[in-house]
Design a protein around this ligand. Structure first.
Ligand code: B16
Ligand code: MG
Length: 216
């Protein structure tokens, strides 16, 4: 039996739109106009690495104290934006796959860069599906480093080669492949070329592929 490891943002729920609003507001404080296409490059990237990228694009250098202030400001705004979020925001196909894991005893972990992952899973009423939640508060290195997925595999007592990762970011797919796992890319096949399979949405994954992926 294999184990499944899910990324959060972009796979289970589309929080990227809220991260975008919050980062755009921060960028405006140093007169940088963050576009939606630039925001694509922040997907799967940790909060502090995202700020460093924004500062680099805006050609701005700040001392750590000021950076910490902006990081707190960004997260406060983001938390306000997701306050009303509920299970209606779960992406199509997610519940079907999670029910499949429950009915077939497939071990499931979360592998997310977000420090708000536990809060978000709770808002979506999805926490009971996960035997292990590994998020930005548990790892030192962010994706493409495989740490987050390797820790998930360890918590599930499953060897890396028997783990299947569902990811929307190319850095996440790279992390899964470096870990020696099977990677399912969710999104644009051009951006997720390194994945073993790519689907536009989890909804497109049928039961025969689920059985194969879970090695049932
Ligand atoms: P937070 P994932 C990532 O989540 C997001 O894709 C990325 O845009 C965000 O900056 C990062 O989490 C950190 O989030 O500010 O909540 O700690 O895709 O790895 O689930
Ligand atoms: Mg993601």
């Amino acid at each position: 039996m294999n184990a499944f490891i899910f990324d959060l943002d972009g796979v289970i729920v589309d929080t990227a739109k809220y991260h975008f609003i919050a980062w755009k507001t921060i960028a405006e404080t140093f007169n940088y106009n963050l576009t939606e296409s630039q925001n694509e490059n922040l997907k799967g990237v940790s909060r502090s690495d995202s700020l460093d990228l924004l500062l680099q694009w805006g050609k701005k250098v700040l001392i750590q104290e000021k950076k910490n202030m902006l990081l707190n400001q960004k997260n406060k705004h983001y938390l306000q934006l997701i306050q009303e979020m509920g299970s209606e925001e779960i992406l199509p196909g997610v519940l079907n796959i999670l029910d499949f894991t429950k009915n077939n005893n497939v071990p499931v972990a979360l592998g997310s860069a977000s420090k708000n992952a536990q809060l978000i899973l709770g808002k979506l009423n999805l926490t009971p599906y996960f035997s292990s939640i590994v998020d930005g508060t548990h790892v030192r290195h962010s994706k493409p480093n495989p740490e987050v997925f390797l820790l998930g595999a360890k918590n599930l007592n499953t060897p890396a080669k028997s783990c299947v990762v569902f990811e929307d970011a190319s850095a996440g797919v790279a992390a899964a492949k470096t870990a020696g796992m099977t990677a399912i890319g969710i999104g644009n096949p051009e951006e997720l070329k390194a994945a073993d399979y790519v689907f536009e949405s989890l909804e497109q994954i049928n039961i025969s592929l689920l059985n194969k992926l879970a090695a049932i």
